[in-house]
Design a protein around this ligand. Sequence first.
Ligand code: NCD
Length: 307
Amino acid sequence: MLGKSITAMESFSAKEIRLVLDTAYKMKQIIRRGGDKKLSNLRGKSIVNLFYEPSTRTRTSFELAGKYLGADVVSINSGTSSIVKGESLRDTLRTIEAMGVDAIVMRHKSEGAADFAARVVKPVIINAGDGAHAHPSQALLDLFTIEQHKGRLAGLKVAIVGDILHSRVARSDVYAMTKVGIEVHFAGPKTLLPRFFDFDGVTVHESLEDAITSADVINVLRIQLERQQAGLFPSTREYARVFGINDARLSLAKDDVLILHPGPQNKGLEISSEVTYCEQSAIQEQVQNGVAVRMALLDLTLNGGEA
Ligand code: NCD
């Protein structure tokens, strides 16, 4: 994977996914062993985090991942950079490239921004979310978390619930999950489901109950309030009533169903507090796994690693 830009799950083979997950297992042990976490794998490498959209988990975990591996990491916040003076994306990328960086981790509101970056500059580009298009590191950490709990991936049923239409997480999850043999079930209000969807291994349900009763995992998506167009979204009360994942809904699912949410959560809208903190919830663990998976991605793309 040396030199590979990570822009979407479509360009990953099942073998590469396996390599990332196996590497992430080792990284997680390092994070958890306590004491000195600093490795020298990426000593002498530099990484810039370029975020045009807000982020807590993704940006911090990429930053810590690079630092734990010994790289120099700088984070640029669009609000305090020359971006506010109107500099184009191409010029900003070229400027960062000229400083000799090895990788740019970027988040942008436009679909295709990461692919564009991979075409115009030489450093490795890692897509940390581009509009509603893709969020590959989130999909990989979802797989990693599922495998840690279920001991396998192939043959599992995952229900992805909520605002599928605007979700880059759902899109990347679908490609990642179907490549490893997971059966995906989408559920959400009709207006928030993809309109023309024909994808092997994916079933679309308008009824939440149909999707969750036999699921091994429920991945609850955030309602992307910032991406809604007029008329697509019912009231928040109506949404919570029909599609919110709460204790009553959880009781319809398997006893050992695993609950995921990429964060940030709209509490009381798509998910209730009781579900977030219930025994089956791995939401907090997803955050730690995010660091391990991002360490794996940085190590494999900047240091090499064969699939
Ligand atoms: C996701 C994102 O930004 O796409 N969050 C994240 O990376 N943890 C999901 C979301 O914002 O809803």
